[in-house]
Design a protein around this ligand. Sequence first.
Ligand code: BG6
Length: 453
Amino acid sequence: PETGCLSIIVLGASGDLAKKKTFPALFNLYRQGFLQSNEVHIFGYSRTKLSDDDLRDRIRGYLPQGKELTNDVSDFLQLIKYVSGSYDAPEGFQELDKAISEHEISKNSTEGSSRRLFYLALPPSVYPQVCKMIKSYCMNKSDLGGWTRIVVEKPFGKDLASAEELSSQIGELFDEPQIYRIDHYLGKELVQNLLVLRFANRFFLPLWNRDNIANVQIVFREDFGTEGRGGYFDQYGIIRDIIQNHLLQVLCLVAMEKPVSLKPEHIRDEKVKVLQSVVPIKDEEVVLGQYQGYKDDPTVPNDSNTPTFATVIYVYTMKDGKAGKALNSRKAEIRVQFKDVPGDIFKCQKQGRNEFVIRLQPSEAIYMKLTATLPRVVIPEAYERLILDTIKGDQQHFVRRDELKAAWEIFTPLLHRIDQGEFKSLPYKPGSRGPVEADELLERAGYVQTHGK
Ligand code: BG6
């Protein structure tokens, strides 16, 4: 394992993502011993003027509570320092670099390499300028090796052209092995398990093909709306928020061929092949919806056509993805539906099709719908694994540039039609299954309902 001091710099430290996800994930890694206090220092950076203690107080409320945790929480918070500055002027970044360097000297980095991880918990619009500042002022300068890595969040672009432009701008400053595009779905326990399930179980190998599988559903449902995030959400919509990234990544892992090895590049090569073989979505393969009441949010324009629900059929040996907010339940799952048994001798009691279901959340589970019996896994949070992978330098669970491009290619024509108001979102009642037209679309695509409507 690498030694030497590790500086984790969270840019956008006073924002929502940092408070709710990044710092709690860092805390859990700290508690589990992955971040050693004699090596690690955490820096928060954002525009808001705050003292170290102000930032610590803000973070405290989002960390797990409990008497037994009090000491860990205060030890962890002591590792955090705050620097304020703008995202486009040198001064703040020079000050940040000074703070990091002081830490490196105090942790005797002359005896080891120094590692700098920049986590951009920021809107993508500022990525290029922030990357420029990091590159100009904050790179690791240790003669003894080490690295500088940047982690960027979705949404990475708004369509193919904008994603490519963003990729090029960042690509001019950092090499692909330094860039970690995070998609937190790739950090979820059962998503990480998909390749093991598929390729370590003899059971699935002969069945996992178009001869046996009728269709695959990749489902994301939330039983709450866009509460408090209407302003952000309305500019993106459900396809850019969930489907183009989280669900397409899951699709890749469900559909890819066996990689040559588990090396990150071998896995990412196979994922790109899947994405490149999905044809761009056509109108007749989509149902869009918008829940009633969505436009009551004052930050959402009265005439918004932004979809909060979408069912999409992928013409790649019949996969489909659907995602929606404000529905009747909260879950994310992969449902692999097998074809009917040839020559069914139990005609009088039709039991429905075999299904292999991988429930990603809540209550992770893997189960099969068989015609006879039913069988039936404590799990780290997605961000924890992914930050740890960044520290270890393992890019397997991150999105490579060509992957991102291929993923945008699939949705860009449709998204442009939606943006131009040429494709309407159908109204649906909050707390319902979404528009009935979506179920009809799935039926037309060959899905046979096996569970309650
Ligand atoms: C985020 C989306 O990427 O994922 C949110 O922006 C969504 O709209 C969230 O609620 C869902 O993540 P999870 O891990 O709660 O399923």
